[in-house]
Design a protein around this ligand. Structure first.
Ligand SMILES: [Zn+2]
Length: 72
């Protein structure tokens, strides 16, 4: 008859992969990150990696930008 062994189970310490901060698991809804902001930072980093692929449309300018609207 010993019900005290499961006491510390609900509070788990996690470490945020973005900022390295330690937080308790129930404190965040953006797991495994400590906050929504850190989740977005990590996502942004990942997208930035994708965008570093060479792009050949860089020196092409969209013609619409140099057009001046003249009718009034
Ligand atoms: Zn964080």
């Amino acid at each position: 008859m010993n019900g005290a062994t499961r006491k510390a189970q609900s509070m788990r310490q996690l470490q945020c992969p973005t900022c390295g901060r330690q937080f308790e698991e129930p404190a965040s809804s953006s797991l495994p990150f400590c906050s929504e902001r850190c989740r977005l930072v990590d996502l942004g980093r990942w997208l930035d990696e994708q965008n570093r692929l060479p792009c050949d449309w860089e020196d092409e300018e969209p013609p619409e930008l140099t057009k001046e609207p003249e009718d009034e």
